[in-house]
Design a protein around this ligand. Structure first.
Ligand code: ADP
Ligand code: MG
Length: 219
């Protein structure tokens, strides 16, 4: 289906999650190394398992709306990832998907709003706030950036993840280390930055395809 200028349909969101699965595959060792430093060295494997299941589910039962893509993906993450990150990422995507309802096309701004609701749900579920050295430190800025452009979302999430290095963890396994958690990037913040990088890459690829006429994704 052709996209109306300025809106994104089901296919776009499927391509985004496929791009996330590829990025997780590529970066699994780095994510696991980050988790080895301040956690239990399973973050790469956790997400790899989760996004492999997401991919399979989207192939086997293709959803028919952007919101349904996100809800289906969230469900897979919750049921297949053993670690803390599974329910948290699952909640992020499910809540965002529910906020989109069954609209066939959504704007970037609307998606940013829906993802913002997802971030709030993650914060409620995990009890973490910005600055606690968790995925929220990349997700929050990423959503703020996404309100402006896909590339700003990628850049802000990346900066947020890098900004977790000096922080002391106050939530999750890394908090058991106290002061010793400082000096390392949070693995969940690093994987959250991958979500936004994959989103910007997907938007850019679509713009290069010539399917977009509104300049979105070109930055
Ligand atoms: P586990 O900690 O169970 O081994 P993972 O290694 O897959 O799970 O994920 C760890 C990441 O999850 C952390 O780096 C952090 O970003 C995120 N995380 C853990 N607990 C919380 C929480 N309460 N709120 C938000 N994010 C959290
Ligand atoms: Mg872990």
């Amino acid at each position: 289906m052709t996209e109306t200028a300025g809106t994104y349909g089901t296919e776009f969101f499927v391509r985004w999650l496929e791009a996330v699965a590829e990025a997780v595959e590529r970066e699994a060792d780095r994510l696991t190394e980050l988790d080895a430093a301040i956690g239990d060295a399973d973050h790469g494997a956790n997400l790899r398992r989760g996004f492999t299941a997401v991919r399979k589910a989207l192939e086997e039962e293709p959803p028919t709306a952007p919101g349904a893509v996100l809800v289906a993906a969230g469900k897979q993450l919750i049921s297949t990832v053993g670690g803390a990150s599974g329910p948290l990422y699952g909640t992020l995507l499910r809540r965002a998907g529910k906020a989109l309802g069954d609209d066939p096309q959504v704007t970037r701004e609307r998606f940013a709003g829906a993802l913002g609701e997802g971030v709030e749900a993650v914060s409620r579920l995990g009890g973490a706030a910005p600055g606690d050295k968790t995925m929220l430190d990349a997700l929050g800025p990423g959503v703020e950036g996404l309100k402006v452009s896909f590339s700003a979302g990628r850049d802000r999430a990346g900066e947020g993840a890098a900004g977790t290095v000096p922080l002391r963890a106050r939530k999750g396994r890394a908090s058991y280390l106290g002061e010793r958690s400082a000096g390392h990037e949070d693995p969940g913040a690093a994987s959250s930055a991958l979500l936004f990088a994959a989103l910007a890459a997907t938007a850019r690829a679509e713009a290069a395809d010539g399917t977009r006429t509104d300049g979105e994704g070109a930055a």
